[in-house]
Design a protein around this ligand. Structure first.
Ligand code: NDP
Length: 237
């Protein structure tokens, strides 16, 4: 891999994905973000992508490759949704939608990215999971299952493609200050913070720093790993 890499960040138009995209730009890499609307945040280039649709994923990668003038060298699969609800009342539609976006959507992106990476005999794949994937969460059976599934996905990719210079890792954020957590009532935020050894939520940039490390040359021997960024909430799991 050359010094400046071609980085694709799914769901990079806002929240954690945007912080990740900006961190790569600051590091001198060439970045394209995806969003469903195709809108580009300031200073970034964007392509339209709905990760629930294989044809859309393929078209987004093709468009990104044109913008890069080459293949995707670093994939950050960050796009994700929640549709929380207690188990007994969770509908098939809400279960399926979360799995289709978070797990199958990530699979579609990884599969598409792998073709260029195999040819190039190198690449970095980073999947954004959640502390909830291995910790579980009441009302989050769909979300936790989708995020835990990313661990098996990354580890299988590691076993298949590890010999070709491709690494696949999972980053598991805890509570991050985004629109999602800002919407929580203050009392709820206080209760959550009391359970986090660090005593606070994280800034999106703190997740981005770990993603950038995993994408670096120096991290070439880190693969199949789950890296928590959760202030100790999951105790390293
Ligand atoms: P946001 O809700 O702010 O952003 C979600 C992103 O995913 C958006 O860019 C959205 O695009 C994109 N997206 C959703 N559905 C699709 C789809 N079908 N196809 C393509 N893109 C899609 O989330 P956060 O920044 O908070 O979270 C980012 C990731 O981090 C998620 O995977 C989330 O599960 C995970 N995470 C978040 C935590 C937190 O505390 N915030 C904690 C742990 C993990 P669009 O604008 O088009 O809707």
């Amino acid at each position: 891999m050359s010094q400046a890499r071609n980085v694709l960040v799914t769901g990079g138009n806002r929240g954690i994905g945007l912080a990740i995209a900006k961190a790569f730009v600051e590091g001198g890499d060439t970045v394209v973000v995806t969003s469903r609307g195709g809108e580009a945040p300031d200073g970034l280039r964007a392509v339209t992508c709905d990760v629930t649709d294989s044809a859309s994923v393929d078209a987004a990668f093709t468009a990104a490759e044109e913008l890069f003038g080459g293949p995707v060298q670093v994939l950050v699969a960050n796009a994700g949704i929640t549709k929380d609800g207690l188990l007994m009342r969770m509908s098939d539609a809400d279960f399926d939608a979360v799995i289709d976006t978070n797990l199958a959507g990530t699979f579609r992106c990884v599969r598409r990215a792998s073709t260029g990476m195999i040819k190039a005999r190198g690449g970095r794949i980073i999947l954004i999971s959640s502390v909830v994937g291995l910790y579980g969460g009441p009302g989050q059976a769909n979300y936790a299952a989708s995020k835990a599934g990313l661990v098996g996905l990354a580890r299988s990719v590691t076993r298949e493609l590890g010999g070709r210079g491709i690494t696949a890792n999972v980053v598991a954020p805890g509570f991050i200050e985004t629109d999602m957590t800002a919407a929580l009532p203050e009392a709820t935020q206080k209760t959550y913070k009391a359970g986090i050894p660090a005593g606070r939520f994280a800034q999106p940039g703190e997740v981005a720093a770990v993603v950038r490390f995993l994408a670096s040359e120096e991290a070439g021997y880190v693969t199949g790993a789950v890296i928590p960024v959760d202030g100790g909430l999951g105790m390293g799991h």
